[in-house]
Write a protein that binds this ligand. Structure first.
Ligand code: FAD
Length: 456
């Protein structure tokens, strides 16, 4: 295993929209930043979304420029497919040990031409497409991934050598080893984001075994212009759905799942998806089963009213059970929340579970910050300093601190960057170690290439 060392002002853990924004806000002040992202591309969940509420902007159209701005910033280095193994305090800052996993493709040689992908004969479910589409054993993670570098899934590779033969730059390297990088940093921003509550958690909802019961991130991919099928089809038989239902609070406000809190985005993303489905499938009937609609943000109430005006049916009901008939049509058993408390069964072509937000599971132990009762990062002063953790010099941004939408994640990322830069300057770190001058606050970017960290 090769060992490298580097020094930066800010270490940002997580390259979702919150991490990218925090890195840009630090870097624009002349501070050097390293983003460590565990996935093979930056972008987090936002890059997989179709459109965003309440404006219905195309998500990848607004997220990709942010990703590109981060990747091209002189003061930012991005390390993808890497894990922070541990962090210790040292010399007024922190020393982090980062493990860069092998892609079995040389990052500095790969041009992202995808010839290896076209030559590969192995087909596997594509994680980025919510396992609805297929990918090859060697593949570029998705069309606008940054970096545009292929990745070999060594566990499923049959080692036929086709990819190696067609690669015009000889980038495939079956013998590539992990690299360990020791990072010295003055401050840390945790932006590790969220994961959905597991789809298989509830026996009443089929434990993830019903083919036409999907989670909302899968539907984001169905609705995306470059999604797995190119249009909205249900997974079991490729039928265009005539009837789609949403089950709200399917993973939140549920003590039995250990998620008593509201995940804050599910009402709005369900309404958004319902509107997009209605736009793309004009004849579809859409029903949203809900306990209450929480449309708390700017423009959200109007968005909800617009959905009702479009003919989307909102039924105040608890969904007790989901089963399926012989054609794999989901059957939803509901208890209507009215005076009669009527029990009803309705058949749909597709059901979407509005799952809630849990903290990302990959954060455990990397920084000794305490988790709050809900599992998200504990912020001792949630009102006056919501980005500070109990560890001096460690800040938090975005959904790592709790469920929130994109605008709130961005605002919090900016606040975390300001807190971190003030801390760096007060602690005398700013530019001190990275070659810049503390006076001008100008810092020199980390040298890429041998001895440094590749800007990928
Ligand atoms: C179905 C759905 C639809 C949504 N639609 C909208 C919408 O229309 N509008 C809106 O405003 N919001 C929407 N949201 C919410 C939005 O997705 C989040 O607000 C946003 O993605 C939060 O960004 P983040 O950077 O905090 O987290 P993430 O997007 O989760 O990014 C975190 C990143 O950190 C990485 N990471 C995790 N652990 C580690 C580690 N240990 N080391 C290194 N990297 C790590 C992850 O791989 C990931 O790339 C939606 C959410 C869902 C589930």
């Amino acid at each position: 295993m090769q060992d490298q060392r580097t020094t930066v002002d800010g270490l940002v853990i997580g390259g979702g929209i919150a991490g990218l924004q925090a890195a840009l806000d630090l870097a624009d002040q002349g501070l050097t930043v390293l983003i460590v992202e565990t996935e093979p591309s930056i972008g987090g969940k936002m890059i997989a979304l179709s459109k965003v509420f309440p404006t219905l902007d195309c998500s990848s159209c607004i997220c990709t420029p942010r990703m590109a701005a981060t990747a091209h910033h002189d003061n930012i280095t991005i390390m993808t497919y890497a894990e922070v193994e541990q962090i210790q305090r040292s010399d007024g800052g922190f020393t982090a040990s980062v493990l860069k996993k092998p892609r079995y493709v040389k990052e500095d040689a790969c041009t992202g031409c995808r010839l290896c992908e076209y030559a590969c004969t192995v087909e596997l479910p594509h994680e980025f497409e919510g396992n609805l589409g297929m990918r090859k054993a060697i593949y570029v993670p998705f069309s606008n991934a940054i970096p545009q570098v292929a990745l070999l899934d060594v566990d499923n590779c049959i080692f036929c050598g086709r990819c190696e033969k067609v690669c015009p730059t000889k980038a495939v390297n079956f013998l590539q080893e992990p690299e360990r990088i020791t990072v010295e940093a003055g401050a840390i921003i945790l932006a590790t984001g969220f994961q959905l509550t597991p789809i298989d958690a509830k026996a009443q909802y089929g434990r993830g075994r019903l083919r036409n019961v999907l989670d909302a991130l899968q539907v984001e991919r169905l609705l995306a212009p470059h999604g797995p099928y190119g249009r909205v089809l249900r997974p079991s038989d490729g039928k265009v759905p005539d009837s789609v239902a949403y089950v709200q609070c399917a993973g939140s406000r549920d003590q039995s799942l250990g998620v008593p809190y509201c995940s804050r985005v599910c009402c709005m993303y369900a309404i958004k998806q319902a509107m997009l489905l209605a736009g793309t499938l004009p004849l579809v009937d859409i029903t949203i089963y809900y306990m209450d609609i929480r449309a708390f943000g700017k423009g959200f109430e109007q968005f909800y009213q617009n959905a009702k005006a479009m003919g989307i049916e909102f039924v105040k009901a608890k969904v007790a059970k989901i089963t399926e008939d012989q054609e794999q049509n989901p059957i939803v058993r509901i208890e209507v929340m009215d005076e009669d408390g009527r029990v009803d069964e309705r058949r749909h072509d597709m059901v979407v579970l509005s799952l809630g937000m849990l903290p990302a599971d990959k954060r455990d132990g990397i920084v000794p910050v305490r988790a709050a009762e809900d599992g998200f990062v504990h912020c001792p002063q949630p009102k006056l300093a919501p980005c500070r953790t109990e560890q001096e010099g460690v800040f938090v941004a975005g959904t790592a601190a709790g469920p929130k939408d994109i605008p709130d994640s961005i605002v919090e990322a900016g606040a975390a960057a300001v807190e971190a830069s003030v801390y760096l300057r007060q602690s005398g770190w700013g530019g001190r170690k990275t070659g810049g001058t503390a006076d001008s606050q100008a810092c020199v970017a980390i040298a890429a290439g041998p001895g440094g960290v590749a800007t990928r």
